[in-house]
Design a protein around this ligand. Sequence first.
Ligand SMILES: Cc1cc2nc3c(=O)[nH]c(=O)nc-3n(C[C@H](O)[C@H](O)[C@H](O)COP(=O)(O)O)c2cc1C
Length: 343
Amino acid sequence: MVAALFATMNFQARIDPEKPALALAPMDGITDAPMRALQGESRAFSFAVSEFVRVSTDAIPPKVFRREIPEVEAGGLTPTGMPVQVQILGGDPELMAQSALNAIQAGATSIDINFGCPAPTVNRHDGGATILKYPCRVRDLVRAVRDAVPAEIPVSAKVRLGWESIDDIYENAAMAEEGGASWLTIHARTRVQGYQPPVYWSPIGKVREQLSIPVVANGDIWTFEDYLRCREETGCMHFMIGRSALANPSLPYQIAQEMGIREGEIGGIREPMDWIRLFERLNTYVEFYRGRTPGRSVARLKQWLNLAARFGGFEHFDAVKRLDSLDELMEKLAVELGVLARA
Ligand SMILES: Cc1cc2nc3c(=O)[nH]c(=O)nc-3n(C[C@H](O)[C@H](O)[C@H](O)COP(=O)(O)O)c2cc1C
């Protein structure tokens, strides 16, 4: 009985080709450790990917991974039990391999390589989506990391469709597989598009047919209907959502329920919380991590509320956007959401 229960539980960020999975997208500046802990509470996500750690002139030492991604010291899990993958970004295979090894030494249990970041500074320094211009480099980077870390550690890659052309995906995807990627996550846009519409889901479906590793579909799944359409267009059973999960906290719940995530597990998926409860829980995790991880709580909370206002109809962002202290922000939110008035 206990063995059967453990068999259904997931302690490592990995994808089973036969089982649906829903991943929380990495979002630099928003999905830090407290936010990942909060998102883990819903139990809707199979795993999360960390914000990227950039490898430029030297390998990243284990202590930096422990500071930036404190879950590595807790078996790679959030305090709410969600596995977290460590994402690294860079263009030098040797430094990337050494950094991945250092991440494992720090406690990481799964590695993702970022080939999608569109930030000009990152791209100028040979990282993120720039590498998509040279498919062989995708292969070489994945292979270097794959060869460096133990076989039981998944090494995945996250890409955009290409730098400029959506057709670049086919060669880059083949190269990621050839390099030994455990799975491939595809954000259905090019680098040149940035975050502009449209997303192109159908090439993801073609890549899925072309590869023998699992393919995770990502990009602009804003509603439950989008999820159904994306599934239809791509034929995928693995998905990643980012902005919509934060803008609409009930969406991961709806999708995970339809996918059958946590089926057979005690507790199942948790009902979505209301905004004020979410903020309170986030504060709990900010306290939990205080002093152990960079305190970016105000900036992160504002980024979150901004997303919620732009994409989720959250109406109170304007009232708090100029506040700089977390206490003030929480107090104002409580008033705005009518919590004090009710008390
Ligand atoms: C603010 C922000 C930060 C991001 N940071 C990262 C990152 O660190 N690593 C990465 O691979 N993708 C990053 N992304 C891209 C997302 O992981 C995801 O691919 C993209 O937002 C599309 O998915 P969505 O439409 O579900 O949000 C970021 C996106 C946003 C909006």
